[in-house]
Design a binder for this molecule. Structure first.
Ligand code: SAM
Length: 323
């Protein structure tokens, strides 16, 4: 792999992974429903399963009945430590997806939960994944949060294009790819005070992007997005999600996999309005679309009784088979 990416490194911290909890807690039972149905469709009882980038053990918490059958690997020692402490029965090895410590053909299934979008070198990770899979072995990936910016920023690093922040549809994070050759004109089109920031951004977009998120200065990115839109109205934006979906499919094809399915799939669950759900008495449907949470205040015309809340979780799901 190339130099360590600040974006890739960012996900290896316990606090960052824990910060997803606020979004995830509502949707876990519904996400579990989907994961369970995909696993039972594609995984045989005797199959050996490897989970890459297990973090704090989100996937096995959703489907505890698979825990003893899953070998987990995680590159961050700190995150692994916490996972082991909270899930003592975890079968966890410290390892990197780019260099897996297993012989060829060791697993029937390699899985990951919101992990492959954080990897800087997808083709390399999938080549190594394919190596440890048996003939016709399967790769199953779920994305329950919005795709990380990594894939996009890494793809265009040192290229002729600079990914500038953009407004995606429905507020999804997106980028507009501006040719480097047009940068000078872009800089001339903005005010003097902004120019320094833009110049800095253009030299190291990923670090600037992450720093702006960390400092909660999304308004700066917002401003930038407006200026770039005015400067290049003909350049369309691509959301990080769209980019990741396209990219993982291209990388799977390139590394010798056949994609069986790659789409947003839905899991559902029903809950009595209790605990945290009691705080929102008028809401009867909670809807999560890969990290973009929406709460629908629906009248209960559907098939669920009034005293229950329907939780829907949509995860981007990829299933592929080793050719
Ligand atoms: C976004 S977190 C997701 C963690 C967990 N699957 C979850 O859903 O909460 C990505 C995880 O992948 C791990 N990771 C990142 N790069 C990796 C690599 N090259 N090899 C193995 N694990 C990696 C990170 O340390 C982190 O725990």
């Amino acid at each position: 792999m190339n130099d360590a990416s600040p974006l890739e490194d960012r996900w290896t911290h316990e606090d960052i992974i824990k910060s997803f909890d606020t979004d995830r807690m509502f949707f876990r039972p519904a996400s579990a429903d989907l994961v369970r149905s995909i696993f039972s469709k594609y995984i045989a009882p005797s199959d050996k399963i490897l989970e890459v980038g297990s973090g704090l053990g989100e996937l096995t918490k959703l489907i505890p009945e698979y825990q003893s059958r899953i070998t987990q690997i995680e590159q961050s020692p700190r995150v692994s430590q916490v996972n082991k402490r909270t899930n003592p029965e975890t079968n966890l090895a410290s390892a990197n997806v780019y260099n897996l410590p297993f012989p060829d053909g060791s697993f029937n299934v390699v899985t990951g939960y919101s992990v492959f979008d954080t990897l800087a070198d997808l083709p390399k990770a999938l080549t190594e994944t394919r190596r440890v899979l048996t003939a016709k072995g399967k790769f199953i990936h779920f994305l329950d949060m919005a795709a990380s910016v990594n894939t996009l920023f890494w793809t265009y690093k040192n290229s002729n294009y600079i990914p500038f922040p953009a407004h995606g549809k429905e507020g999804e994070a997106a980028a507009r790819l501006i040719p480097r050759s047009k940068l000078k004109n872009l800089l001339l089109s903005v005010s003097e005070e902004k120019r320094g920031f833009y110049e800095g951004y253009a030299t190291d977009p990923e670090s600037y992007y992450v720093l702006s998120i960390k400092n909660n200065s999304m308004d700066l990115l917002d401003l930038l997005a407006h200026d770039v839109e005015n400067f290049a109205p003909d350049v369309s934006s691509i959301t990080f999600n769209e980019f990741f979906y396209n990219n993982i499919q291209a990388a799977l094809k390139q590394t010798g996999f056949t994609t069986i399915e790659a789409e947003r799939e839905m899991g559902t669950s029903f809950m009595k309005p209790q605990g945290i759900y009691l705080k929102y008495p008028n809401r009867q449907l909670y809807y999560n679309n890969v990290g973009n949470i929406e709460y629908f205040n629906q009248s209960s015309k559907g098939h669920h009784p009034l005293n229950q809340i329907q939780i829907v979780s949509i995860l981007h799901t990829v299933v592929a088979q080793k050719k």
